[in-house]
Structure formats: C-alpha cells, structure tokens
Ligand binder design. Structure first.
Ligand code: BES
Ligand code: ZN
Length: 457
C-alpha cells in the first residue's frame, strides 16, 4: 500500500477541493424546498463513485430521498464483503445568523473546513470514496469486496431506507457494515464506537381557546396552553434528572461492573468539558459519571417550545396554541415504540381537560450495541493504531444512527463504527467544521483498514 499512501499525500489538494464541492450542495433532508438540492447531491455522490472506480453505480429512488449504491466485487469469493454506509443529507442551518460564514460556502481556517455537513457526515463519507479511489488507481484491485450505500434521510430517521434494505437484501448481503459517522475521543485519540443510543422523538401540541385572546380581557378565565404545557413538561423529569414517565426505566439493561470500570478509565477531563461549553456546573442523573450519562443512560430533552408572542418587547396575549418537541435518547433494551406509547399515555393523562392535546411521533430509532471482538473490529483497531500512532479506545456514543440496528436485523451483519469527527466540531449547530488532519488521516486509516480486512479468511 506504500504507493497508495504516497498517492493520497500527493492528492490532498484535489481531495479538499472535491470535498468543498460536496459541501456546497444544501442537501437539507427535512426541508421540502431543498428536495432538488438533495437530488443533486445524490448525483454528485454517484458521479464520485464512478470516478473512484466503483461499478454498478445507481441512484435508487425511494418514497423519500434517493439512496446511492455502488460496488466493487472482484476481490474473489475467499475475501469478505463489507458494506460502507453513510449519509449525504445534512441538518438545517438555523439559527443562520450565528454562522460566521454562510453554511454552504465552505472556507478553511486553522486547518479545519467550515460548512454544514463537514463532519456530519459528508467529510466522513468522502474519506471512504477517496480511499477506494486511491487503492483502485494504484493497486488496480481492492483487498475485499465492497458495497456502498449512501443515503439521504439519516438526519430525519432513515424511514425509507428500511424498505430499501428489505427489497435489496440479496444485493446488499455482506459480512460487516462499516460506518464513519461518529467521533474520535479527542484530538489525536482514535476511538471505535460500540454503542449508540436510540431515540423517540415526539411533538406535543396543546390548543386552548379558538383564537389568541387579550390577556387582560380573558386572562384568569381560560387555560393558557403555554402555561399548561410548562406544567406538563415540568412533570416529565425531576430536578435531579430522573425521568418520571411510569415504566420508562423498566427495560434498561443495567451496566455491568466491568463496563462501569471501563467508563472510569476513559481520559475524560471535566474541566476541559466544562470550559468548552462555558458552564460552571454540569447537570445529570445522580449515581452516574459524565461519560455514562452522555452515552449509556437514557435522557429526555425539550428541543424546542413555542406559542404566544416571541418577538422583541411585550405583547399582552393569551395564546390559542402551544407546542413542544421532546426527544428521548434510549439505551439497550428500551424499545422506542413502547417508550413512545408510555410517553403519549403519560402526557395525555397530565394534560388538563381545559386544553385539547395532540401528540405526534416524528421518528423512532432503536439503540445499538456492536460486538467488540469480531475480526473486523480487530482490523479497525490495527488500522487506526497505524495511522494515528496511538492505542484505540472503545467508546459508546450518545447520538443515534437509526439504521445500524436495522442492518443487524435485516442483513444479519454487525457494524464497525469507525469515526473521524470530534465532539467539538459543532455537528447540528452553527459553524460546523471538520479537522483536515482527520480528513487525510481518515483516508489513510480506511486504506489500512481495507488492507487488514483483506487478511480475514
Ligand atoms: N452522526 C450523527 C450520529 C452521532 C451523533 C454520532 C453524535 C456521534 C455523536 C447522526 O448523523 C445524527 O445526528 N443522527 C441523529 C438521528 C436522528 C435524527 C434520528 C441524532 O442522533 O440526532
Ligand atoms: Zn451523521
């Protein structure tokens, strides 16, 4: 692979300018007005798959956004097959006024590239495409059989990917799924993720009177749905962080003593964590340390709340409607559908008769745990060690990648989560960026990883 690594180093400039092109496309999956951009982004990915030397490249239309597929299957029957999964869709950009530079005009500052999707997940998807390109250009063959599935709906729950996996189960057959959509443990510290949280995301909508009212003329006589909503929300969680929905913790698999010991060994620095976030005190469930709270315990958070007057200054109004978006991060063995029902029943019970309540589930994702002792995991450890010159940590992530569990269920294939992002790179937030050292070292790491995988019988 020496020739390939040399080629990667010589092509850094082009790799960067291509990534910039990718990042210029506003592929925000949740915005209907960006649907054409999402399509254009799928075409970009398929063009780049072809240029990298992949075969059978095709854009598969779904009932939602398209899935891009490509493969290279000439390594031979004695070699394993991996399926590389990633997403080309990105999160919305609001609040847009907090971006230092426009989110779809990538710029480079301090060896980092700034744009929406830089770390989540375009930069990481592109690592794989460039590694494949480099190997095929220099060795004319890949060490293993490779399939790519790059989707456009991860950030909205991957709803249409599941039927795609069902339909093309045979085409997608593989030994392992490989995903780069997670983070390292810190700068220069490679990590392999073995656990992801699940998610149940709901919207609560309360309606009081049929129209906004003068709060002087009517206040004190009818329920204010915004007040009622705050009352409900205050009963979902106690002030120590414990979730109060009856039955919520019933299926939570307790952490083993061994795993808790491992959590304690992680090089977590509370001072750095607090200063990065500029908070004086941390807050979380009693009896658990930060890293357990962040990745291995369930949560409930209000993501947004609205109703009434939001503008500057004062307006005396008693709103007709109020709403909130509430997400719950879940851990093994919680089932999102079951949690969703417990949530709906509890909120319905808490709502006073003076308001109408509507609860909508926006999406659900199952939590996932992947085996840490599989041959492919060992290959990933070796590859990261070689590229970064540092021992690899095994960590869990607090975020969710909805399809990881589905890959296990439908394709019966375990996932290797080998991520190159950093938690400080503002994913889902203004000024998202991606460290260019990790971009290039990522390309090298994946090249070594494929080489190692080629040794598996
Ligand atoms: N890349 C993230 C998953 C992630 C988050 C990994 C944090 C590591 C740390 C992924 O793109 C994502 O954001 N997923 C959503 C899924 C949801 C919208 C169904 C999430 O976790 O909020
Ligand atoms: Zn992502």
């Amino acid at each position: 692979m020496d020739k390939t690594i040399k080629y990667i180093n010589e092509n850094k400039k082009r790799y960067l300018s291509e990534l910039e092109e990718f990042l210029k496309i506003p592929s925000i999956s949740t915005n209907p007005e960006n649907a054409d951009d999402v399509k254009r982004c799928a075409s970009f990915v398929s063009d780049k798959m072809n240029e990298a030397g992949l075969e059978n490249v095709k854009i598969y239309e779904t009932k939602g956004h398209p899935v891009v597929y490509g493969d290279w299957l000439k390594a031979g029957d004695d070699k394993i097959t991996i399926l590389i999964y990633g997403h080309y869709d990105v999160q919305p950009v609001d609040p847009i006024n907090l971006w230092t530079n426009p989110p779809f005009e990538p710029i480079i500052k301090n060896n980092k590239i700034y744009a929406r999707g830089a770390t989540d997940d375009k930069g990481q998807v592109y690592i794989h495409l460039k590694s494949i390109e480099a190997i095929l250009k220099n060795e004319s063959k890949l060490p293993v059989n490779v399939k790519f599935v790059i989707e456009g709906e991860e950030e909205i729950g991957s709803e249409h990917l599941t039927p795609f996996l069902e339909k093309y189960k045979d085409m997608l057959k593989c030994d392992y799924v490989v995903v780069s959509d997670t983070a390292m443990y810190g700068e220069g510290q490679p990590a392999i993720t073995y656990g992801l949280r699940g998610l149940s995301y709901n919207e609560i909508l309360l309606t009081g009177p049929n129209r906004d009212l003068h709060s002087g003329s009517f206040g004190g006589t009818v329920e204010n749905p915004l007040n009622a909503l705050c009352n409900i929300i205050s009963k979902l969680k106690d002030e120590k962080g414990k979730i109060l929905i009856p039955g919520f913790y019933d299926d939570v698999k307790p952490l083993s003593d061994k795993e808790r010991e491992e959590f304690k060994k992680l090089p977590y620095d509370e001072t750095v964590y607090k200063s990065d976030l500029e908070v004086d005190e941390l807050f979380g469930e009693e009896g658990y340390i930060n890293e357990e709270r962040r990745t291995a315990r369930p949560t409930l958070d209000v993501n947004g709340i609205w109703g009434g007057f939001q503008g500057e200054g004062a307006k005396t109004v008693l709103p007709s409607k109020a709403g909130a978006k509430v997400s719950m991060r879940l851990v093994p063995n919680q089932d999102p559908d079951k949690i969703d029902k417990l949530f709906t029943d509890f909120v319905t019970k808490l709502a006073p008769k003076s308001v109408k309540v509507e609860i909508k589930n926006l999406h659900n994702a199952k939590p996932a745990i992947t085996p840490i002792d599989s041959p492919a995991m060992n290959c990933a450890v070796e590859a990261l060690k070689k590229a970064y010159g540092k021992d690899v940590l095994f960590t869990r992530e607090g975020g969710s990648i909805p399809i990881v569990n589905t890959f296990q269920e439908i394709l019966n294939a375990p996932t290797v989560l080998i991520g190159f992002g950093l938690h400080t790179e503002n994913a889902h937030s203004p000024d998202e960026h991606f460290d260019l050292t990790n971009y290039y070292t990522g390309i090298e790491s994946i090249t070594y990883f494929l080489e190692e995988l080629g040794k598996i019988k």
